[in-house]
Design a protein. Sequence first.
Length: 826
Amino acid sequence: MHIQDDFFARKKRELGVSLNRVQKQAVLHTDGALLLLASPGAGKTTTIIMRIGYLIEHKGVHPARIKAVTFSRASAADMKARFARFFPDQTGAAVDFSTIHSFAFEVVRSHFWKSGTTYRLIEGDVDIEDEEQPDGGTTAQRQAAPFSASAVSPSISAKAAAPGLRAASSPRMPSAPGRSPAYSASGMPLPPLHKKFILRHLYKEMTGENITDDQMDDLTTYISYVKNKLLPEARWPEVKCDVPDAESILRRYEHFKRTASDTLLLDYDDMLTIANEALHSDAGLLRKYQARYDYLLTDESQDTSLVQHAIVEKLVHRHGNLCVVADDDQSIYTWRAAEPQYLLDFHKVYPQAAIMKLEQNYRSSRNIVDVANRFIKRNKNRFDKNMFTENPPHTPITIKTLADYKYQAKYLAERIAGFDNLREVAVLYRNNSSSIMIMNEFDRAGIPFYMKDGDNRFFSHFVVEDVLNFMRMTFNDRRPDIFEKIHMKMNGYITRVQMAELKQIGAGGSVFDNLLRYVTLQDYQVKQLQEVKETFEQMRGMPPQKAIRYIRYKLGYEKAIDKMCERLGFRREYLLGILNTLEDIADQLETMEDFAARLKHLETVMKTSKFQKHENAVTFSTMHSAKGLEFDRVYMIDLTDGVIPSSDEIGRLEEGQREDMEEAVRLFYVGMTRARQHLELLAYKMKDGAAVKESRFVTNVRHLQEPPQVPVKASAGAQVRGASGRDAGSRGAAVTGRTAPSVSARAAERLSQKAKLLKPAVEYNPDAYQDPGQLLAGNTVKHRVFGHGEIESVGEERIRIRFTQAGVKELQITTCIEMGLLEPGE
């Protein structure tokens, strides 16, 4: 028995772990570069751990010479725990499991030590669970006071590594949270030393507006994208951001970090860019880290950005022993600069690299695996893989189309309430906003749930706050402080100058009466203000759902939203969606006090749901956050065009840009492959009174699972067997699921008038093209109906083929692939 066979046999005895042929090959391929493409549920983590153990036990590699890098601290901790379980004799071994951020932080500390550069991390959020964050150091490190050279471990100088990033002196410095504020030269208070505080301050200075939470997300994503893509300043305008003046804010943000004080300010992304530049320009530092490790493994590399890939390239340049574990079909973070194209170009960077494919799925039933494998082939820009499983079939994928969106949450609650093992049930959605109504319904039904990535910002969103302020005015119209927050968002047309006059009058008396009596108004303002006053009076004691409709339409709040969207770049459908959700929550509540209390209750429920993580509770999660998880039963909801794919993705596809649509396909694929046995897809026909279309992805799955029945026309020299089994034509061989080529379109038309049409389910064709990327101009093909031909051109959605006898046809690529209509020509 070979030594490697003994290794695998021993681990099978000890752990019951049995690797397949490709997994064993990956474990044994220890020298040189390896790209290991791992389909969902393919046992990639087991393969990685076995590979590390093999390096130590049979190649004699010291554990400290092995570096394993992954995306999040939770994944790194999981790998470390699995390694300890698989190789208990190596529990004292110092295999370095970490994230790329923590490694970059170490490089930055070493780099700044010699130069004596003091620096401070300005990014971190104690409200976010550590395990859900990409690593940027420990919580203590993220919240720490300024770092000085004497406080970190010794290494090499950083002066050359970060040209222009060394802070210049400045007379004043922003205060840290909890300290007295500092002031700018103009006398304005400066923000605390936290990334979001700084950006909030800069946005206010430049636009005169307060930045919303959604805009802050967009802005920080934009900044992170620019840095992770290694884009020079000249290319910043190429990156789309809906936040006004985003490019200018970024420029001022970078300047502020360099010049606000003698302490250099760093965010998470700076750690990556500075570490990369340091390893590039400081030869001594590079040699130090290259000499530290002989083997490097990276997991979840489809989520890795260009700057992260660049750091890895530098580390392995000396020895070349790199194992990259990834799945290009599960790359779902390009919006934050993940670079799946890097994987497709892997041989350009590592010409001698081996590429292996873990295609066997151990997680899901055959029904799910077969459909998911064919579904992902919609995408063209991918490695050709064929996921399969030896698991038995289970129930087919269920597709449920409800009459209206409003029934979705109740349907889910009724379906799930009867299950005993709730921890094996997950509800997945694309957008966090989808969670509010199912949370509301499950809370009412008493069904426990764990919200993996609960987003409390819904309850603090300005739209929610506006609605509550409108309602507050119905109880007490003597509050100029509340009126000031909404006077620009309704039909009153009160200017800021007039509002200032009202505030000078002071408290006491109705704000409407005070405006009408003491403030100079135009005639049209008087009329509008009187109508607004009457509307607020009518709303007193009104049920909350009706009150919200008054706010939207009679007070003109929805028109105000339209103007805000035009001026500030907000997405109208998103803001109106919040209003619609508020109406749904208000349904069946009797008073506005009940409504306010319900919102507060739901906010508390969302915050406390994290304590249900290890309990018998249903998991609510976005599809993004569900990657890496698996459940017996999965429900994917809100599956409509406009959600997944989004309206923007559909629009860009129509303009000939496929990248975003392909990412939406990958995200849907990730959701599907979380299910072990039962997968249910939920769509609906109506939402908020408007017709909606089920997601084209759901339609695709339906066709893949139950191929559409299509008319098959009789062709020359062929005979069609009718439903009775008798011949429908006059000569030739019978055809029962496949037809011979037609002589011409005109001949086929003549024959079709005489022959009966059958509608059999399309027979599976094992020779058919399954990947759109295989359809290339110049190829000869054979069509199930039209016979032999040559591909003239391939577009985004359609293919043009010149058939020998049927002439030129333009066909839908998706239909041809789904129905197995095309196969290679002879």
